[in-house]
Write a protein that binds this ligand. Structure first.
Ligand code: FES
Ligand SMILES: [Fe+2]
Length: 328
């Protein structure tokens, strides 16, 4: 995982009020809870005293209380109370749980995975999703590394095969381009698939410039948008669980149907359709070897893989900058 970035790791509804929840993310067991006013906190779900799961405890005011000996920890991981020493005695500083900065925005819970710094950047999102949009979200667990799940959403060659009876109907197997660019930590992708008429695929530099908006946006490190139409979008968050698992959060946004019950009904039906399409992807992506993607994993890429290559290159550049070498 690329360090020092905001990752959307949960939907807001995943963390209820009144009790801590234990969730595996970023290769670690984490505990999330809401304090009195509802602000979300996140620390490693292992008590620094003797290793019990903090998530089995309860929330005391703003703190999480360990179920074993009642030590309390605040949202920064600092120990606030050791009952056995007495309320009057300051807890030893060494008793600190590893914490992560948390933001709740756009209906997601984000953690800043890395070293806590003073001036945290804003969470990355899509400015064009205004308040007129409503949405529904579906968490979909995959047995795949998050890089493979992301790459699948940048892969335009698979459409007529994996989705031959859904979004890839029509046998448009030739992939002209595709055009992809990277700016402001965002990959924009334009798709030019067509039927094979006996002419070869055109390279990106053979495609005339366009003013049309990209179909796909991917914002590092883990959110994606499919710009289906001005009023209908699909957004995904790729929440890394560990080296072999990812939760793909699928979310449909629309601003055509606004009446409350109809709106929920429409959003729910749209979500079922997208779950079906994602299920087609999942069955293939889970078989990919090696599990984790990187620049040099022995694959033989072709022209249509351009957006995947762009993703891999930029991810590798960010990892190199963080001093994380490519694993053999
Ligand atoms: S193990 Fe948590 S308080 Fe002792
Ligand atoms: Fe797909």
């Amino acid at each position: 995982m690329i360090p020092n970035q905001w990752y959307a790791v949960l939907d807001s509804h995943d963390v209820p009020s009144g009790r801590p929840v234990s969730i595996m993310r970023m290769g670690e067991r984490l505990v999330f809870w809401r304090d009195g006013p509802g602000k979300v906190a996140c620390v490693r779900d292992t008590c620094p005293h003797r290793g019990a799961a903090l998530s089995l405890g309860r929330i005391c005011e703003s703190n999480v209380e360990c179920p074993f000996h009642g030590f309390q920890f605040d949202s920064s991981g600092k120990c606030r109370l050791v009952p056995a020493l007495g309320r009057i005695t300051p807890p030893p500083k060494v008793l600190a749980a590893r914490s992560y900065p948390v933001r709740e925005a756009h209906g997601w819970i984000w953690i800043f995975w890395g070293e806590a710094i003073d001036n945290l950047p804003p969470v990355p999102y899509f400015d064009d999703l205004d308040r007129l949009f409503s949405y529904a979200t579906f968490p979909y667990p995959w047995n795949a590394h998050y890089t493979r799940v992301i790459e699948n959403q940048l892969d335009v060659m698979h459409l007529p095969f994996v989705h031959y009876n859904t979004i890839g109907r029509g046998g448009r197997t030739i992939v002209d381009g595709p055009i992809s660019s990277l700016e402001d930590e965002t990959i924009s992708l334009w798709v030019y698939n067509r039927k094979d008429d006996g002419t070869p695929a055109r390279r990106p530099d053979e495609i005339p410039p366009t003013h049309r908006a990209p179909q796909i946006y991917f914002r590092f490190p883990n959110i994606w948008q499919n710009n289906i139409s001005p009023d209908f979008r699909i957004v995904a968050a790729f929440a890394p669980v560990d080296e072999k698992r990812t939760v793909l959060y699928l979310r449909t946004y629309q601003r055509t149907v606004r009446l409350p019950i109809l709106r929920e009904l429409f959003n729910g039906i749209a979500l079922i359709g997208n779950w079906y399409i994602a299920r087609q992807d999942k069955s293939v992506v889970e078989t990919q070897e090696p599990k984790r993607s990187d620049l040099h994993i022995g694959e033989h890429l072709v022209g249509g893989d351009g957006p995947v290559i762009l993703y891999r290159r930029h991810r590798r550049a960010l990892l190199d900058a963080a001093g994380i070498p490519e694993k053999p």
